[in-house]
Design a protein around this ligand. Structure first.
Ligand SMILES: Nc1ncnc2c1ncn2[C@@H]1O[C@H](COP(=O)(O)OP(=O)(O)O)[C@@H](O)[C@H]1O
Ligand SMILES: CC(=O)OP(=O)(O)O
Ligand SMILES: [Mg+2]
Length: 399
């Protein structure tokens, strides 16, 4: 039986799922976290309930990828790399060039390389993964699946900034968005759950993880999205600021005597939940601190929830209504209180959830009360399954 691996490199993580094909059964999956920090963590689940966990440093993504490849053999997940006949890589920035997933060859690698400056926290790490896997699996069918493809054809009125038009023509200055694979997956599942064709639906998909974005999906297509030119824009994230007035950035830059790239670094890594709270980038810590009466933690929660509500409200207005909103990703799938706070604040629109149904983690479920005007769905994302399905689709096309 042949196997397909989906590789998802984040800014500080490397996640993978290994599938038996064509059954799509997951035979192994894992995450390497805190890449680049003093101490990292690897967790791999495989076989029938076996687990491998290790605390050790992973200096960069190259080391993490090599570790993953070694463990596939060491843990006897595969006897030989030849068993893996296809590999799919998540790539965040595909610019306007990659409107769909692409079969990897030298030209595609060069093109991704040239687009890396659009997602400096993600694309270089993903390229390392692509190249390392190519060395070990030179004959595997390899595909790149871009976060931005889903958004690339959104209406220009939503993609363009109110800045000199030449910036778009000369430098590609526009909104690219991200998490497209996830938004595409949950929108498709939402239509199945609602028993209606996707093309007839207006959905608002909320991918709320460490990185987070909200998308207005109209007729199955991205209509607007909260991330911008880079994955720094939009709602408040674990360590990313989301939307800020750019003149604040230059003002603070002068006060602190920083360079522009140091400022972007602070907005990416020292802001968001971590920056406001001064406690942690992890929403669980903020909820616990707010419960104990910590005022900054409470303020962090208020800002976080309000940003989400603001975008949902804007997207209901932009699309002229919505059939359903969808919670997904780390916070969206697991946090009962965040889902409650967000939906409570959206009551005006006829969004109403049943608190008993809401009391769950990571399951696919309609949370709405029977009288809700706009449904609220919980749909765990599965970017890796989308990657595998894109591989199969491209395989057929290239025959
Ligand atoms: N029970 C929970 N309550 C609140 N937040 C949670 C919970 N479980 C996980 N998270 C949050 O989910 C985030 C990770 O989500 P994930 O979608 O895996 O992010 P990414 O892919 O961007 O790394 C973490 O920031 C963590 O704080
Ligand atoms: C684009 C992006 O923000 O990705 P992630 O959430 O994996 O960091
Ligand atoms: Mg993610």
């Amino acid at each position: 039986m042949s196997k397909t691996i989906a590789v998802n490199a984040g800014s500080s993580t490397l996640k993978f799922k290994l599938f038996d094909m064509p059954s799509e059964d997951v035979v192994a999956e894992g995450t390497i976290e805190r890449i680049g920090e003093e101490m990292g963590h690897a967790k791999i689940k495989y076989g029938d309930g076996q687990k491998h966990e290790e605390e050790r440093a992973f200096a960069d993504h190259g080391i993490a990828v090599k570790y993953l490849l070694d463990q596939l053999i060491n843990l006897d997940i595969v006897k030989s790399y030849d068993e893996i006949t296809a590999v799919g890589h998540r790539v965040v920035a595909g610019g306007e060039y990659f409107k769909d997933s692409a079969v990897i060859n030298d030209d595609v690698i060069a093109k991704i390389d040239s687009l890396a400056e659009y997602a400096p926290l993600h694309d270089p790490a993903e390229l390392v993964g692509i190249k390392e896997f190519r060395k070990v699996l030179p004959n595997a069918f390899a595909v790149a699946v871009f976060d931005t493809s889903f958004h690339v054809d959104m209406p220009k009125m939503n993609a363009l900034y109110s800045v000199p038009y030449e910036w778009y023509e000369k430098y590609g200055a526009r909104k690219y968005g991200a998490h497209g694979t996830s938004h595409r997956y949950v929108a498709t599942r939402a239509a199945e759950m609602l028993g209606k064709p996707l093309k007839d639906l207006k959905l608002i998909t909320m991918h709320i993880g460490a990185g987070a974005s909200i998308t207005a999906v109209k007729g199955g297509k991205s209509y607007d999205t909260s991330m911008g030119f880079s994955p720094l824009a939009g709602i408040t994230m674990a360590t990313r600021s989301g939307d800020v007035d750019p003149s604040l950035v230059t003002f603070i830059q002068e006060k602190l005597g920083k360079t522009s790239s140091e400022m972007i670094d602070i907005l990416n890594h020292e802001s968001g939940i971590k920056g406001i709270s001064g406690i942690s980038p992890d929403m669980r810590d903020i909820l616990a601190a707010a419960d104990k009466g910590d005022k900054r933690a409470q303020l962090t929660l208020d800002i976080y929830v309000n940003r989400i509500v603001r975008y949902v409200g804007a997207y209901i207005a932009e699309m002229g209504g919505a059939d359903a909103i969808v919670f997904t990703a780390g916070v969206g799938e697991n946090s009962v209180p965040i889902r409650k706070m967000v939906t409570d604040k959206l009551a005006y629109f006829g969004i109403k959830i049943d608190q008993e149904k809401n009391n769950c983690h990571g399951v696919e479920r309609d949370l709405s009360t029977p009288d809700a005007k706009i449904k609220t769905l919980l749909i765990p994302t599965n970017e890796e399954l989308m990657i595998v399905r894109d591989i199969e689709r491209l395989k057929k096309q290239s025959k």
